[in-house]
Structure formats: C-alpha cells, structure tokens
Write a protein that binds this ligand. Structure first.
Ligand code: GDP
Length: 319
C-alpha cells in the first residue's frame, strides 16, 4: 500500500496535498505511483458542484461565504479550480493564494489552486483525479470553480453532479451575453450581489433569466421548476441557504430516480474515451512514429501510395 493511502483516507490534509501533487506530476514514475494510489482508494462519494462565472462576478467571495456556511453545518468542503488561463500562460485568474482567506484557515475546508503549465486536457484529467482524492479523504462537498473561458465550463460540467452559473446583476441586454449552451448545462443560475443599491437590478436579472430558462426544454430527469434562477448575496449571506437547499433537493431527486449514478457512469465512460483519444494522439507525437508519419505522408504526396491504404497500414503498424 502507498504510504499516502492511510493518512489520506483518515482525511489528513497534508497527505491530500501531497497526493494531488503526485497526480499533477507528468514524470513517468510519478504517474505510475499516482495510478496505483488511485486504484487502492475506497470509493466514497461527495457532492461535486461545478461553479462557473466570469471574473468579477464574485466567485471567491461566494465560495468563501458558501463554504463557511457548509463547514458551520459540520460538512467538509474542498475547493478546486480549473483555470484555462493558467494552463496557457502559467499565470492564473483563479489560483491566487490570498483569495478565500477565512475558508482557507477553516480546518474543515481544503483549497487547491489550478495546476499551471499544462494543456486544458491535462488540467481536466488532474482535476478529475483530484476530485477522487478529495472524496477518498472524506470531503462531503467538492466545489470545482472555473471562469467562463473557452471549453472550461463544459469540462467542469462533465466532472460535476450539479453545475451552477454565477452571474452579476445586469440589464436585459446582457442576457444575450450568456451563451445558450451554458444556460443548457446550468442546473441553477445564481445572481450574486443582490444587496444594497444592486438589489433591484439583481431581482430583475433573476426574473429575466427565470423567463429564459422556462423557454428551454424541460429535462426529463429533473423535477418541475429546474433549472432555477435565484438571487444571492455573498456579502450579506442572503439566499445562500436557499441555494444550498435547492442543490440538495435536486441531488436527492436525481439519487432517488437513479439519475445521479447514471450521470456519473456516463461521465466515466466519456472520460475513458477522452483519455484513450488523448493517449493515441500522444503516441502520434513519439519521435519514431512522427518520422514514419512524415515518410508515409511524403510517399502519399508523391503518388507512390494511396492515402486510404497508407492510413490503414499506419494503423496496423501502430496496433
Ligand atoms: P471573482 O473574480 O469572480 O472571484 O470575484 P470576487 O469574489 O473577487 O469579487 C469581485 C468583486 O465583487 C469584489 O470587489 C467583491 O468585493 C465584489 N462582490 C463579491 N460578492 C459581492 C456581493 O455579494 N455583493 C456585492 N455588493 N459585491 C460583491
């Protein structure tokens, strides 16, 4: 058994950190150890909540207040970030360590910034593995945070049980700015900053989105009224308890109907295929494979080989 396994299962946060560093490593020996470690972990289940919102809508403030509310109820909360900007540039929108100061000092919380310097596919794999490590460490809720950039929302939705979109109060025009695809994957739209001078605008924004959500096709596996739009204030804490009640109600409904497990099975199948595809593409990048690809490509270009049979011969050689 790996030396990290036992402390990890007991919920030791240092062991969890070290295990995450291990799954984030690209070194071949680390990879082997990480896979062995993952294989011997017990399967425990947390509620995986994806949370997306553009910079400035109040994600950190919301997660801090929401996380504190949950830990006050005795729940253990892990927060992970999937940050495509850090994947590209090494700098990050989400990974800043000074965020969520209160929550980061809470013994029942664990916060991990996004792994940097990796392509988005690699970030996705490590995040999925990190979710599993957090579950094995006994966390009840795993919040997976992302910014609304590129494919990151879809990636996060595909590793979550529930997907939440956090928005700022705004005039009706801006409703157009939220891509329809994101509305379709959101289970709950939370309009933050429903306090002070912004309260009325926030309530109007909620009504606008509630209207837009009603126009979407009802999801066969969800109860009447979902997806929902609700106002919250990360500052005052108003609406956070209701948002949590809606999340647990939806999760319970799906559990009772078998849809919760069905969704996880589908996600597992999806990730298996996407890992396989990524692995096959990586093989095409190996030097001797690239050399052969180049030679064959040139032969095809010179008309010495037919494209289809050359491709088939290449596949046979790879197999
Ligand atoms: P993030 O970039 O999405 O993580 O957003 P932050 O949590 O850093 O918040 C962006 C700005 O919005 C900050 O100035 C916050 O103080 C402010 N903010 C966050 N939540 C609220 C809220 O509930 N009400 C109000 N009025 N401002 C908020």
């Amino acid at each position: 058994m790996d030396e990290l396994t036992d402390p990890l299962i007991r919920g030791d946060r240092r062991a969890l950190s070290r295990a995450i560093t291990l799954v984030e490593s690209t070194r071949a020996d680390h990879r082997t150890r990480a896979l062995a470690l993952l294989a011997e972990l017990p399967s425990r289940q947390a509620l995986r909540i994806g949370l997306s919102g553009t910079p400035g809508v109040g994600k950190s403030t919301f997660i801090e207040a929401f996380g504190k509310m949950l830990t006050a109820q005795g729940l253990r909360v892990a927060v992970l970030a999937v940050d495509p900007s850090s994947a590209r540039s090494g700098g990050s929108i989400l990974g800043d360590k000074t965020r969520m100061e209160l929550l980061s000092r809470d013994p029942n919380a664990f916060i991990r910034p996004s792994p940097s310097r990796a392509e988005l596919g690699g970030v996705a794999r490590r995040s999925r593995e990190t979710v599993r490590l957090c579950e094995a460490a006994g966390f009840d809720v795993v919040l997976i945070e992302t910014v609304g950039v590129g494919q990151s929302e879809t990636l996060v939705a595909e590793m979550s049980d529930l997907f939440i979109l956090l928005l700022a109060p705004a005039g009706g025009d801006e409703l157009q700015g939220v891509k329809r695809g994101i509305m379709e994957i959101a289970d709950l739209i939370l309009v933050n900053k429903a306090d002070g001078a912004l309260r009325d605008t926030a309530l109007r924004t909620v009504a606008d989105y509630a209207g837009a959500l009603r126009l979407l096709r009802k999801r066969p596996h969800d109860p009447e009224g979902f997806p929902k739009a609700l106002p919250v204030s990360a500052y005052s804490g108003e609406g956070l308890d209701l948002a949590w009640a809606e999340m647990t109600a939806l999760a319970d409904w799906r559990r009772n109907g078998g849809h919760f497990e069905a969704r996880r099975s589908e996600q597992a199948r999806h990730w298996f295929l996407s890992e396989l595809r990524a692995g096959l593409l990586a093989r095409l990048e190996q030097p001797q494979v690239r050399a052969r690809l180049r030679e064959t490509g040139e032969a095809v270009a010179r008309g010495e080989a037919d494209p289809d049979s050359a491709a088939q011969a290449m596949l046979d050689w790879l197999a």
